[in-house]
Design a protein around this ligand. Structure first.
Ligand code: FAD
Length: 321
């Protein structure tokens, strides 16, 4: 069955987050010979669209409006609903990002559709689309089968590989005018917290620190290792609560959910609420001075030792690479 799949691109600082391309790849899996239409909402975004074709979009729709410059739930949902009404897609996908998590339920409510949230895999089998998603804080996975109605899903970053980049691909770009009115949320100022160069939720490598790092000063060493590896820095809530770092770095049940290729946990005990946010990392390396620490039960590689001795050795070794 051929389907038309609308994929919302996630724009940040004038470029697309990788999950935009991963969601296009997800769209391709269910389009089944139909088309994948990428939607870009924002202000001055029409110059960005070529990359969406490189990663597989068949068509692009841009919606430019000054009230779409920054994400607000009411402006974005009004704009996306109008694109959905104009295109009548069989499926709508977006990243399971801060934007996607907030926007998708609003779209589901307005369109009276279901919502598959946080999908990590999907396949189309005949009339059915089968999604896999984590449950019980990542301890188990469930399959959800969607057979009718508009399929709405958010796709977890770093799980579905994007298609190979092909710079010869191009396609039609259409600008759509939408009416955005009665806004209840107006952004007056955006204050960005700097959490280092690499975006935590999309990072391939994360160096993460816990209460064992002991101070803000200790976290500086983590940044040094992260710099050498091209990694992002993350943290447990223990470290955030102790004021060693900003809450923007928190990984876990009430923080960010990450799926990097490599997760290095330093001085983190492995509480269930932390593990909920990182257990699906492809390779977990734990450094902890307590051999009984529960982080070792999920680690692929464990180093029992003082992180302040291990960290300089790791930095030195990786610098040689
Ligand atoms: P600790 O548990 O204190 O562990 C510190 C570890 O460092 C110990 O294992 C110790 O052996 C080791 N260590 C100490 N010194 C050294 C050294 N020199 N070298 C090597 N190792 C050393 N937590 C999260 O992380 N994310 C969440 O999203 C989250 N959400 C929560 C939601 C709820 C509702 C609740 C109740 C809790 C939540 N928590 C969350 C908190 C969670 O339960 C833990 O308290 C927290 O994860 C502990 O952080 P930690 O591992 O850094 O600290």
């Amino acid at each position: 069955m051929a389907r038309k799949v609308l994929v919302l691109a996630d724009v940040r600082d004038n470029s697309f987050r990788n999950v935009s391309f991963e969601a296009i790849a997800a769209g391709k899996k269910v389009a089944n010979g139909g088309e994948v239409v990428s939607v870009v909402l924002g202000e001055n975004v029409s110059g960005l669209t070529s990359e969406l074709f490189y990663y597989g979009a068949d068509r692009v729709i841009t919606v430019e409006n000054s009230s779409l410059k920054e994400y607000t739930p009411d402006a974005y949902s009004q704009a996306l609903l109008q694109v959905i009404d104009a295109e009548t897609p069989d499926a709508v996908f977006m990243g399971h990002t801060a934007v996607g998590k907030d926007l998708a339920p609003r779209i589901a409510m307005k369109k009276q559709s279901g919502l598959i949230s946080d999908a990590i895999e999907l396949e189309a089998v005949g009339e059915e689309v089968i999604f896999t998603r984590p449950i019980y804080s990542g301890k188990a996975f469930e399959k959800k089968v969607v057979t009718d109605g508009m399929i709405l899903a958010t796709i977890r970053p770093n799980n579905i590989p994007p298609l190979d980049k092909d710079e010869s691909r191009t396609g039609e770009v259409k600008a759509l005018d939408v009416e955005i009115k009665d806004l209840r949320t107006i952004i007056k100022e955006v204050v960005r917290k700097s959490t280092g160069g690499v975006d935590l939720s999309e990072a391939k490598i994360i160096v993460s620190g816990g209460r064992g790092v002991k101070s803000e000063e200790g976290f500086k060493k983590l940044y040094e290792l992260a710099d050498v590896l091209g990694a992002a820095v993350g943290a447990s809530r223990g470290a955030c609560d102790a004021d060693y770092c900003d809450y923007a770095l928190q990984i876990g049940q009430t923080g960010k959910v990450v799926t990097p290729d490599l997760y290095i946990a330093l001085g983190i005990s492995g509480a269930i609420q932390h593990v909920a946010g990182m257990s699906n990392s492809k390779c977990i390396v734990a450094v902890n001075k307590d051999p009984e620490a529960s982080i070792f039960s999920i680690a692929d590689y464990g180093i029992v030792g003082d992180l302040f001795e291990v960290l300089p050795l790791l930095i030195e070794e990786f610098k040689k690479e």
